[in-house]
Design a protein around this ligand. Sequence first.
Ligand code: ADP
Length: 211
Amino acid sequence: MVRKIELNNRQEKILQIVKDNGPITGENIAERLNLTRATLRPDLAILTMAGFLDARPRVGYFYTGKSGTQLLTENLMKIYVKDYQAIPVVVRENVSVYEAIVTMFLEDVGTLFVVDEHSHLAGVLSRKDLLRASIGKQDLNAIPVNIIMTRMPNITVCEKDDLLIDVAKNLIEKQIDAVPVVKKAETGYEVTGRITKTSIAKAFVSLADDD
Ligand code: ADP
């Protein structure tokens, strides 16, 4: 069974007691373990927050009966773009390919977002877009990024209140490394953040954290 958190020995015991006897009060659980109610409080809090137990006033604790997979899915459905977005790195569409390459190195990102004179999203530049433009003998200072970028309306975007799992599906489906987090403005999209494969990896790891 997949569990979000590793339970310690005492928590396992509590879980078993509630499974067998629930609904049961905290006081009663403490008696069975020869412990004080105060000692148990943190364990009960963890078990309740993790979703294994539920508590009702005047009734006590009961086992939710949810599997580890169910709990994992529930937790996944609580992770939003706004919780894991990174700062976007943007360049204007008239900058040169050379400048974009320098920016990519200086800012240490793999994807740049390109904006127009109104600061609205115009395009995306990936590492390979810039490599491709560098293969020939062209003067990289003379080529503006807007002739090599992937442009609107073909940009996959997301919004801060989207579920991260949906963005992850998009990254896989479209075979891309990053999407801009945008806010709709009257005449286009403002770029407010960035979700990358690293954001998804961080969220994935957080699912295994105790807190
Ligand atoms: P790389 O090309 O460095 O492997 P990607 O896989 O992210 O990086 O990019 C693949 C292609 O998809 C590139 O041409 C890039 O311009 C384009 N692209 C990247 N991100 C997006 C996006 N969010 N929406 C649309 N196209 C994108």
